[in-house]
Ligand binder design. Structure first.
Ligand code: HEM
Ligand SMILES: [Cu+2]
Length: 694
């Protein structure tokens, strides 16, 4: 049915798709906010382009970042994506809190449609484009270093995974400017997300953003798992693998198995929407329960995908900043594995109320409560790691302790929710929203913040400002409690989630407190931006070129900061679980090798950025039904992969002579650096050479 020549070229796109046009047609507070958001998105993109051009950085941006296959840099790019998305999602959260506070017995500033978009983008971004990229980025930076490897097993695949994730994020950003986003929440349940109820582009944006990023994440899981299986340094037996790497392995395995059901679910939903299938509609025998099962078969393990690496971070932080070996290493490893396995046995607790028998609910309720056991083991191990340690309350430690306190509260409300009869009462209420934020903010976000402070000096060669770190910590912590504790109360009083207007004045005081909490959280985020700015400004004073600012235990602290491209001049031999600590005690930490070898490094490749561009076009074209562009972008992606397969010359060699020279220079430079004790680690005296532990 091609009615108009432009229809062929533009699909369903029209002038009406722009928020500015909507604003002119119907000016009100909601459309003003929408237009401002679009303007900020455009402004941000333009500003980035102008800055790169202004500083003449296009060439180095291309050759040092976009085309790099170095896991450390890919990791940093993942983290940049996560931080940009975090800013957007926190602003959206603050907007939702504003709306709900102002919408008691009256319409608030946002239209119901707009509010629906906000909780959908907020949830989708926080999970898929903030938490996931943050932890994948962190694993990329830390894990190969920690196991004594020079890179991940499949560097090009790594870059392609990033390209797919970043394209998904780009689609969500584009939806701010062209058209609308889904109003179906982060879980996108049909039949609400089917064509009949949601004919617009919103759900399609959601489907393609998720599909692209999930494929990227599946590939990442494979890549990390193979790396950890195959590339550990000689001597690193399984029980000498640092805990962070253990959690990275469990998360990778979860990604391999859990992302696929999600991809299947979004693909089937796409078939329903695009080709008139009936997988999830009641027509012709479809059943939406199939969607619920697929989604939560992914969704529950997903919770552990984002939390396990944070557990790894906390383990490293508790032992490093207590100056002690980790207590209960083996039990932590087994608890992590137990959680990973159990996480596949509980998905049904997300729909206790959706019609299965009481027996079935009981089984899944008990399985859910069981997860509390290994988690409890971990908490005891962390506590006992601190006991009799010389605990240093620096920013990462503060975040980790606050995590422990807060996470235990969230865990308790989780055990409450695991009772099917209780869940019938509070299902889909703000009690649930309070519960999962109570797990995810301390569990994932605080873990990522702690990691950011600990490993930032390794990535960039200078520490972050401790003062602003502490300020941000207090804002985030108080903000969290004020923003989310009231939601438990409102939930128990009957307030449902995803509600745009209230008709119960008793909620108002709680909503005001929650709003203040959201403001404090925003202040926490702003402090972190200031922190970054201040730290870059003072980078000379904060520099830690020797590379070991915190008296680290594992191998990633054994080379310069930032590390050389090839990570290790000589691949280390591992004698102990705390491999670097062992080397420091045995006087082998800073010694030159007798012999150096040539090192093979993968050459840069333009494949990933090319795929990124075509993947964005593909998602956009599918969303707007622009079929010619769909075909062009599919062919583009395919051509890029085929072209690459003809490349023979994919590696370049760093000659042994150069490796030796660089290593010896660094060792030489260490002689001019004074070692610091732990008490001095946040002072300018810290140049990254920690005094040997006593
Ligand atoms: C930083 C402070 C945060 C604030 C103030 C905040 C606030 C909110 C609000 C107001 C909602 C809507 C609740 C409703 O349905 O009525 C929401 C939903 C949600 N949030 Fe957050 N949030 C924050 C951080 C996070 C983080 C870190 C994550 C995940 C890592 C997250 C994941 C979600 C998800 C998955 C939803 C559900 C969206 C849906 O209903 O589909 N949030 N949040
Ligand atoms: Cu669950």
């Amino acid at each position: 049915m091609i009615t108009h020549p432009l229809h062929f070229w533009l699909g369903k796109l029209g002038v009406d798709s722009l928020p500015f046009v909507e604003l002119i047609k119907d000016p009100n507070s909601s459309t003003v906010i929408g237009a401002v958001a679009a303007a900020i998105a455009i402004g941000g993109a333009v500003a980035a382009l102008v800055l790169i051009t202004w500083f003449g950085k296009w060439r180095s941006f291309w050759s040092e970042w976009l085309t790099t296959l170095d896991a450390k840099k890919i990791g940093i790019m993942y983290i940049v994506v996560a931080l940009v998305m975090l800013i957007r999602a926190v602003i959206e959260a603050a907007l939702m809190r504003t709306q709900q506070m102002l919408a008691v017995n009256q319409a608030g500033p946002l239209s119901p449609e707009h509010f629906g978009e906000l909780f959908s983008t907020h949830g989708t971004i926080m999970i898929f484009f903030m938490a996931m990229p943050f932890l994948i980025g962190l694993i990329n930076v830390v894990m190969p270093l920690q196991i004594g490897a020079r890179d991940v097993k499949f560097p090009l695949l790594n870059a392609i995974s990033l390209a797919l994730t970043a394209s998904g994020g780009a689609l969500i950003m584009i939806s701010l400017v062209i058209g609308k986003f889904s109003t179906g929440g982060w879980s996108g349940y049909p039949p609400f997300t089917e064509q009949a109820f949601n004919p617009g582009p919103g759900v399609d944006y959601w489907i393609w953003a998720l599909t692209l990023s999930s494929i990227g994440n599946t590939l990442t899981g494979l890549n990390f798992a193979v790396t950890i299986y195959k590339m550990r340094a000689p001597g690193m037996t399984w029980f000498r693998v640092p805990l962070f790497t253990w959690t990275a392995l469990c998360t990778s395995i979860l990604m391999i198995f859990a992302m696929v059901p999600l991809t299947v679910a979004t693909a089937m939903l796409a078939l329903d929407r695009y080709a008139g299938f009936h997988f999830f509609t009641n027509a012709a025998g479809g059943n939406m329960m199939n969607y619920a099962n697929l989604f939560w078969l992914f969704g529950h393990p997903e919770v552990y995908i984002v939390i396990l690496p944070a557990f790894g971070v906390f383990s490293e932080v508790f032992s490093t900043f207590s100056g002690k070996r980790l207590y209960g290493y083996h039990s932590l490893v087994f608890a992590t594995m137990a959680i990973a396995v159990l996480s596949f046995t509980v998905w049904l607790h997300h729909f206790f109320t959706m019609g299965q028998t009481a027996d079935m609910n009981a089984v899944f309720g008990i399985a859910t409560m069981l997860i509390g056991v290994p988690t409890g083991v971990k908490v005891y191990d962390w506590l006992l790691t601190m006991v009799r340690g010389r605990v240093r309350l620096t920013t990462p430690m503060l975040f980790s302790i606050m995590f422990m306190l807060t996470f235990v509260i969230g865990g308790l409300t989780g055990v409450i929710l695991a009772n099917p009869p209780v869940d019938f009462a509070v299902h889909n209420s703000l009690f649930l929203v309070a519960h999962f934020h109570n797990m995810l903010i301390p569990g994932t976000l605080f873990g990522m913040f702690a990691a950011y402070y600990v490993w930032f000096p390794k990535m960039f060669g200078f520490r972050l400002s401790e003062r602003w770190g502490r300020i941000s910590f207090w804002f985030w912590s108080f903000g969290f409690y004020l923003a989310f504790m009231p939601l438990y109360a409102i939930g128990l009083m009957g307030g449902m989630r995803r509600t745009v207007e209230w008709y119960e004045p008793a909620y108002l005081p709680w909503l005001i407190v929650a709003f203040v909490g959201a403001l404090l959280i925003t202040a926490g985020l702003i402090s972190q931006m200031i922190q970054l700015w201040v730290s870059i400004r003072d980078r000379a004073e904060l520099a830690v070129p020797a590379g070991d600012p915190w008296d680290g235990l594992s191998l990633e602290w054994s080379m310069s900061a930032p590390p050389p491209e090839y990570n290790y001049a000589v691949v280390p031999r591992v004698h102990d679980r705390d491999a670097f600590s062992w080397m420091k005690h045995h006087g082998t930490a800073y010694t030159a090798a007798d012999e150096y070898e040539d090192i093979q490094i993968p050459k840069n490749s333009a494949v990933a950025p090319v795929i990124a561009v075509f993947a964005v076009l593909l998602g956009f074209a599918l969303t707007w039904h622009i079929w010619w562009l769909t075909i062009v972008s599919l062919v583009g992606i395919w051509a890029a992969v085929i072209a690459r397969s003809f490349y023979q010359d994919t590696e370049h060699t760093i000659p042994a002579r150069q490796v030796r020279e660089e290593h010896e220079n660094w060792l030489q430079s260490l002689r001019e650096i004074k070692a610091v004790t732990r008490e001095q680690e946040t002072t300018p005296a810290n140049r990254g050479l920690a005094a040997e532990a006593v």
